[in-house]
Design a protein. Structure first.
Length: 201
């Protein structure tokens, strides 16, 4: 009897001590919108549906500048991401982003994306590039390759290190935020449009 009670108490203790560790695991979410205002440690955006969202920033929050680019800027040595519509390969690109050398490796691989059901986000190095209409692009990354068709008129942007001065009212942003144990949202990465550019992811 004593042994059974002891085992029960030990199991209960393990559950109680493990619970805070589970709750402390942060979750990452993406938010898109237009900057309403920004302070040294806080940022408010207006989301596409009209609601506002306030998030915390910290000294480790990274800001990237997004500018307009063109398909001709894609070179054999480029690191590129493609937001693609659902379907078999070659997938139809909905948007393309080119990365500065310091950001090569960002989100390398392919993964589901939240822009529409079945959408994918793929980032990698240019493995093959064939001109024409549509342009055909193959990206390589650790563990595989993915191919795409990029129609003329597809939005193309470039991303490079930026600064918090870009977070001015009216700027389009995509935020990568984490929710802490208290439920507050803290921004780790911000992609901010410069001169009217809109982040493509």
């Amino acid at each position: 009897m004593t042994t059974t009670v002891t085992r029960f108490l030990l199991a209960a203790l393990l559950i109680v001590t493990a619970a805070p560790a589970v709750q402390a695991q942060p979750t990452t979410a993406r938010f898109r919108g237009i900057v309403e205002w920004a302070e040294a440690d806080r940022l408010q955006i207006r989301r596409p549906g009209g609601s506002t969202l306030t998030l915390r920033m910290n000294p480790r929050t990274r800001v990237f500048a997004v500018t307009e680019a063109a398909l001709r800027n894609i070179k054999p040595e480029s690191y590129v991401s493609v937001l693609a519509a659902p379907g078999p390969e070659p997938r139809r690109a909905k948007a393309v982003t080119l990365y500065s050398p310091s950001e090569r490796g960002f989100e390398a691989g392919t993964q589901p994306w939240d822009t529409e059901p079945g959408a994918t986000f793929t980032a990698g190095w240019v493995a093959d590039l064939k001109g024409g209409r549509p342009l055909r692009l193959t990206l390589g990354y650790g563990g595989g390759q993915s191919s795409f068709e990029i129609p003329a008129g597809t939005p193309v942007t470039a991303i490079a290190p930026g600064e918090k001065a870009l977070l001015e009212p009216g700027a389009a942003v995509t935020l990568f935020a984490q929710s802490g144990p208290d439920g507050a949202l803290s921004v780790g990465t911000i992609a901010a449009g410069r001169q009217g550019a809109v982040p493509s992811f």
